[in-house]
Design a protein around this ligand. Structure first.
Ligand SMILES: Nc1nc2c(ncn2[C@@H]2O[C@H](COP(=O)(O)OP(=O)(O)O)[C@@H](O)[C@H]2O)c(=O)[nH]1
Ligand SMILES: [Mg+2]
Length: 423
């Protein structure tokens, strides 16, 4: 956003717009039991290592009309597939879905100014967001492929790097297979490898890259946002609300995370900033009751889109299942076709764990599409590729920062180029 475009309100509220400006996580809010970023592949736990960030989420500038219409939600989308087929239960019922710490995301006390930041294109932001993921890949590739003739050891080394980057075994093998094809005993440059990496990643991502087309014939189109606590549900609702409002749609938000006062407050602020009414009840209220109120209000007021927040902070899968099922049942009382869209937010920093979350939430809530958040500041961006290869669910958006602009429709080509470190 240029200084000029941002305007006075934008400068007043400011906002963190690039990963470089993000503060470190609050030390006191970080999990007491630090765990490795990636649990072993066979670890059934879907506990999430929280990456708790300070109140910056709410520093997003409030400007309502900043969206490039071409990148908006209005692009066509082929019919929304239903949730991916799911295998048998992968979790014991006592596995905790609860994040290890409770992020308190309070409204900013003072506006933060980021007005000095020059406007970056989305691709630049995507690239800088994915820079940690791409740096670890490109460094690895450069160290293997500099002035050596291709041999089996190099291919094995490359495969290891690709698997470590969470791209998944299948994609890693596809890349090494393509490299080996006719290139043995020939010198191959790191750039060539990165090109192939990008092409193969794009192939995997292309089928899942679907812009989100919210059918407003529904009145309201109901979007249920689900995901583990701290993965970015509320923030994503705020960002989406902004996009939809800028397309001239009427939006209502439902503060369905009734567990924490902070969660309700956080949503109210997003509502104020984006010009969306927020339906909330007191903390501790029944989430299904809240959903009922919200459906009623949205229908009475003829709003185009109702975005319903949920809590991810539940003790175990049975409890989660129970609450989400109740919420969905209540929504269906008003409209048997609703929720029309169920978005799952996945935190890229959790690596392999995200794969399990897709499975669980797909089963519990009939997820129709994914939003991958926090691709900035992690080296695990490759997980999106593994998820695409495994589940085939549409990926609608990716988040590369806490600011309202840091959510964009997902483009396979852009993502593939950015993660391979190509221009
Ligand atoms: N860096 C970064 N932070 C994000 C992104 N999306 C959300 N967050 C932050 O993650 C934290 C948790 O987000 P929140 O929306 O409250 O998660 P929820 O518990 O699922 O509702 C907040 O501090 C957000 O600002 C993203 O794409 N990038
Ligand atoms: Mg929340």
């Amino acid at each position: 956003m240029s200084e000029k475009k941002r305007g006075f309100l934008g400068r007043l509220f400011g906002g963190k717009e690039t990963p470089e400006t993000q503060a470190d996580p609050k030390p006191e809010a970080v999990s007491e039991e630090p765990s490795a970023e990636t649990p072993p592949a066979d670890d059934p736990s879907i506990d999430v290592e929280m990456e708790v960030r300070p109140a910056a989420a709410l520093n997003a500038p409030p400007q309502p009309m900043q969206l490039d219409a071409a990148q908006g939600l209005g692009q066509s989308m082929s019919s929304m597939p239903s949730a991916a087929p799911l295998s048998e239960d992968i979790l014991p019922t006592d596995v905790s879905l609860e994040a290890q710490s409770d992020p308190v995301i309070e409204p900013p006390v003072e506006p933060v100014s980021a007005a000095e930041k020059p406007k970056q294109s989305w691709f630049q932001r995507l690239k800088s967001g994915l820079s940690r993921s791409s740096a670890s890949l490109t460094e690895g590739i450069t160290s293997i492929f500099t002035k050596r003739k291709l041999d089996a050891t190099m291919l094995e080394e490359l495969e290891d790097i690709l698997i470590q980057a969470d791209l998944g075994v299948d994609t890693a093998m596809a890349i090494t297979d393509r490299l080996s094809d006719g290139r043995y005993n020939k010198e191959i440059s790191p750039e060539e490898v990165r090109e192939i990496l990008s092409e193969e990643v794009e192939k995997v991502l292309e089928p899942v890259a679907h812009p989100l087309n919210l059918d407003t014939g529904k009145q309201p189109h109901v979007v249920l946002m689900v995901g583990v606590n701290g993965t970015g549900k509320t923030t994503t609702i705020g960002k989406l609300s902004q996009k939809l409002r800028s397309e001239g749609k009427s939006v209502m938000l439902a503060a369905g995370d009734t567990f924490r006062a902070a969660a309700v407050e956080q949503l109210k602020i997003w509502g104020e900033r984006t010009g969306a009414e927020v339906i909330a009840r007191d903390t501790g209220a029944d989430a299904a009751g809240l959903a009922f109120d919200a459906m009623k209000a949205a229908r009475e007021q003829d709003v185009d889109i109702l975005l319903i927040d949920t809590a991810g902070r539940l003790q175990n899968k049975a409890e989660l299942m129970d609450e989400l099922e109740k919420v969905i049942r209540v929504i269906k009382k008003h409209d048997p076709d609703a929720p029309h869209t169920v978005l799952l937010t996945l935190d890229a920093t959790t690596g392999q764990n995200a794969l399990n979350q897709v499975e669980i939430f797909g089963k519990v809530a009939g997820v129709t599409g994914l939003v991958m958040t926090k691709l900035d500041g992690t080296a695990r961006g490759g997980i999106l590729v593994a998820i695409a290869a495994k589940h085939g669910l549409p990926v609608h958006f990716i988040g590369v920062g806490e600011g309202v602009e840091d959510l964009e429709p997902f483009s396979a080509k852009d993502f593939a180029s950015a993660i391979a470190g190509l221009a």
